[in-house]
Design a protein around this ligand. Structure first.
Ligand SMILES: Nc1ncnc2c1ncn2[C@@H]1O[C@H](COP(=O)(O)OP(=O)(O)OP(=O)(O)O)[C@@H](O)[C@H]1O
Ligand SMILES: [Mg+2]
Length: 453
């Protein structure tokens, strides 16, 4: 972008307008207006990047003008110029949508330009974020779900195939791998998208409560059932019912679910009237259901009925290639949320994240980035900004400051193993990857007894 940003200056005093124009016109494409009415006319005709307005204007004040400017389809960044010392007004301005304010009495062009530049960079971050999202949307139809690893791409493909059907889906995978996110995506990509998506956390309720939560109850069905209540199945009519932590349900409910999956019928607690619901079921668990079946804690017939389509979400450490992508996205999200300009990671920070095992998977990564964004001071995330858990592990990284010899050797061995793994055992490529000559590499293979790799 070589074009100059378009700037609109609104001030009723000609000397101010001219002064600002003269000072800013070689960096900005400057327009001027002497009141709110003229300003609005210009705003509706042209696309402005920035509007700089005085608070005191004839007829309509600068705050009202900002509110109106922010309601057009591509609103400019709005900076309010206030009289020196009117802090309250400034606060009010920010509440009403101003992006920044500056005291006019001691207006310095340097500072003004710095403020404009800062606001512009912040806005660029936002638009970049939006367009990145949109790109992902149109590419996957799976908004917000990030992943370029082959494992995740395969999952997206299954999601696309299974979404249009009514097939029951069983989602497996460690905590924080994105099961709920996938469940929602399946619903959203299905013809049921406009109908309800209802979630029940099966582990959160005692068995009797869970039963009435799912199937509803009649008045007087049990002590405390003062009113008839419809259950989640009825609420999800036409849509999708997501049963989270399905591994936790007891035998009675297992039977009822089995029946629903067979006949699509059920009864409210305390009623013998048979009801039916057109509901698609998606279930998730971070337990190994097969083991629960073996231990006779989960009915095998129900397991098979649920597992019409099974999607297993891989742990994050199994797809390290997704880490930078996810990290970058969370960085954008939290930078925006916290109004920070931080937009990249140092190589060190990235390296640490790549080497960490992420037992809490994507959820843990997300929280780690939030932590880092809150703590960081500049435009980059440094290693020191990451949570101690992530910083603590330096697996595979050789540090010049490392303590004893043994640790360095161990680290080097791991580094070599990793390089071999990454290159499918291709020694020349692996050597190149860690930056040593082929001969040195061979010597090290020998030293670490890795020849058979
Ligand atoms: N591929 C992904 N792209 C973007 N965000 C993700 C991805 N996977 C997970 N997340 C985010 O990580 C967090 C955890 O995801 P989610 O709640 O879906 O995990 P889960 O598998 O249901 O975990 P649990 O078993 O603990 O309930 C959420 O904030 C979610 O938005
Ligand atoms: Mg979940």
């Amino acid at each position: 972008m070589t074009e100059k940003p378009a700037l609109l200056i609104v001030d009723d005093e000609k000397p101010t307008r001219d002064g600002l124009r003269a000072a800013l016109e070689d960096r900005y494409d400057v327009y001027v207006a002497e009141d709110a009415k003229l300003a609005m006319e210009l705003l509706e005709r042209e696309n402005f990047d920035v509007m700089l307005t005085d608070f005191r204007l004839p007829n309509e004040d600068g705050l009202k003008l900002i509110a109106r400017a922010k309601s057009i389809s591509k609103p400019p960044i709005c900076i309010l110029m206030t009289a020196y010392g009117s802090e309250e007004l400034a606060v009010d301005a920010m509440k009403r949508g101003a992006d920044d304010y500056i005291a006019k009495g001691r207006l310095q062009i340097d500072e003004l330009e710095m403020r404009i530049g800062r606001a512009l960079r912040r806005q660029n971050l936002e638009t970049e974020n939006v367009s990145l999202r949109q790109q992902l949307d149109s590419k996957f139809g799976l908004e917000n779900i990030i992943g370029e690893s082959s494992a995740m791409k395969e999952i997206f493909e299954i999601v696309r195939q299974v979404a249009p059907t009514r097939a029951t889906v069983l989602l497996g995978g460690e905590s924080g791998t994105g099961k709920e996110l996938i469940a929602k995506a399946i619903h959203q990509l299905s013809p049921r998208a406009k109908q309800p998506f209802v979630t029940v956390h099966c582990a959160a309720l005692a068995p009797t409560l869970l039963e009435s939560e799912l199937f509803g109850h009649e008045r007087g069905a049990f002590t405390g059932a003062h009113e008839r209540r419809i259950g989640r199945f009825e609420q999800a009519q036409g849509g999708t019912l997501f049963l989270d932590e399905i591994g936790e349900i007891d035998a009675t409910i297992q039977v009822k679910l089995l029946r629903f999956l067979g006949e699509r019928t059920f009864e409210r607690v305390g009623s013998n009237k048979t009801l039916t619901a057109d509901v698609r079921l998606i279930a998730a668990t971070n337990k190994n259901l097969e083991e629960l079946v073996k231990a006779e804690k989960f009915r095998e017939d129900l397991f098979f009925r649920l597992r019409v389509v099974e999607i297993l979400l891989p742990p994050l450490r199994g797809r390290p290639g997704d880490i930078p992508l996810l990290a970058q996205n969370f960085l954008r999200e939290f930078a925006h949320e916290n109004n920070k300009l931080v937009n990249e990671f140092t190589a060190d920070a990235l390296q640490l994240m790549m080497n960490y095992s992420w037992p809490g998977n994507v959820r843990e990564l997300r929280t780690a980035i939030e932590h880092a964004v809150v703590l960081c001071r500049g435009e980059k995330i440094f290693a020191r900004d990451l949570p101690p858990s992530v910083r603590g592990s330096r697996r595979g990284v050789i540090q010049s400051s490392a303590g004893n010899d043994l640790t360095i050797k161990e680290a080097e061995k791991q580094l070599i193993e990793r390089a071999l793994k990454d290159t499918n055992g291709h020694r020349t490529l692996a050597a190149k990857k860690i930056g040593v000559s082929r001969r040195t590499f061979h010597r090290k293979l020998h030293a670490y007894h890795l020849e058979g790799f």
